[in-house]
Every structure is written in C-alpha cells, then in structure tokens.
Design a protein around this ligand. Structure first.
Ligand SMILES: [Zn+2]
Length: 240
C-alpha cells in the first residue's frame, strides 16, 4: 500500500487488523515463528474477505518462559506494551478507531489486555482474538491435542506453510505436573514441564486437519470484523 492508498483507506474506514505473535520454540517439527506466521496469514486472508487492511505482523512477544530453547526471542512486558501502544496510536492519528489484534501467542494476552483498557480511555477500541479459543475446535481435537505445539497448532501451521514443518519430527509428551491440580497460577518455564517443547500429542497432526482449523478460524474472524464494522466507538470509549 502506498501512502495515497492509505489516505484513501483511512478516509473511508476506521478499522484495521494487527497481527502479533512470537518467536519461540514450537517443538522439533515447527518453525520458531509459528505464532506470528499463523497470525499474519489469518490476518491476510481475513483482510481479503472483508476489505479491511492488515498491518505487517509484530513478530516478537513475551516468551521468556521458552528462553532455554535455542532461537527463542523474548521482549520485556514493558517494551512490548509500549511498542504495541505506539503502533496503535500511529493508527489512531490516521483515523483508525478500532483495531482487531490477531494474537498468535497466549503469553502476550495479559499485556495486550492491559493496553487495551488504557487505549479504550483514549478513544481507541482494541479487540483481541486468539484463534485456539474457539469452542468448535474441541469437536475436532482432544484436549491433549490442543496444547502448545500439539496437533491442533501443528496441523494449522503445516497446512498454511507446508515447507516449514517436518511432521516426521512430531512427538507426544505429557507435560509434567508440578503442583498437581491445585487452583494456583505457577510461574513455570517450559523446561519445567517438557523436554521436547511439545505440550501433549502432536503426532496426530496432518494438513487436512489443519485445513479444517483454518476454515473454522477464518469464518470466525470474518464474523468478528463484520460485527466490528457496525460498532460505534463513541458509544463505548470515553475519556473518563
Ligand atoms: Zn504457538
């Protein structure tokens, strides 16, 4: 997009998509960039279907818990939040009032929600979507297949980027239980739970299953965007 095209877009529309991910280990079968690659591809396909623009992806996120695995790049929460804030405020200056963040990495969520609350007070509505949270996906993948780098995520990245995935290296590993089922949040690192980096069953991944995930997720994103188009931000955001 050129700046003239951008000017015309912002004259007519106040909504944009921002894909965000991470660069972190995803088992031996998947690329380090899995989370941002998935988020970007979902954003591109949804953008085409809805005539809404997507920004380039922010590839790095909050991944210090994966730091013991080679290639993991991790950003502090303060820097991450400030960086995303600056991107959002740049968009606001050009007339954007609604941003759909397609977040490919759950570790980013706390910071993104904190930022979204702050920006709402500035008159900017930031909505966050995480593809793996769609309830329908549970019909197609067991709980053990829905963990980090497990069959659901591996199938999706394999379908979207077959050249980057080596399904022969997919393994199954039951994550170690540290505190049992106690109702607490434990600040664990990935190496506390797994050796391979996979949480659960990944050997059942395949491209056909990934295509199903892609269809379900894309339809959901399109529905979210159509809904967002009709929302009046002034009704929701105020400087109070
Ligand atoms: Zn991931």
């Amino acid at each position: 997009m050129t700046y003239e095209e951008a000017r015309n877009y912002f004259k007519e529309k106040d909504l944009a998509i921002l894909p965000i991910g991470s660069v972190e280990q995803h088992g031996k079968q998947n690329p380090l960039g899995t989370d941002y690659l998935i988020a970007y591809r979902l954003a591109l396909e949804a953008a085409k279907k809805t005539e809404i623009i997507t920004l380039p992806p922010i590839p790095f996120g909050i991944s210090s818990h994966h730091r013991h695995f080679p290639g993991t790049i991790y950003i502090s929460e303060a820097h991450f939040k400030d960086y995303v804030r600056d991107v959002c405020l740049s968009l606001k200056r050009h007339g954007v009032r609604k941003i759909l963040v397609i977040n490919g990495h759950g570790g980013n969520l706390c910071s993104l929600m904190s930022l979204a609350r702050e920006l709402k007070r500035e008159g900017l509505l930031v909505i966050i979507f995480q593809w793996w949270t769609i309830p329908e996906l549970a019909q197609y993948f067991k709980e053990s297949e829905r963990g980090h780098a497990a069959a659901m995520e591996t199938s999706l990245i394999a379908f979207l980027y077959p050249d980057l995935v080596n399904l022969e290296k997919a393994v199954d590993e039951q994550p170690r239980s540290i505190l049992g089922n106690l109702p607490v949040y434990f600040p664990g690192d990935t190496k506390d739970y797994t050796v391979s980096g996979v949480f659960g069953v990944s050997s059942t991944a395949n491209l056909a299953r990934g295509e199903k995930v892609f269809e379900i997720v894309l339809a959901k994103i399109v529905g979210i965007i159509e809904k967002l188009k009709s929302i009046n931000v002034k009704d929701l955001c105020s400087r109070d």
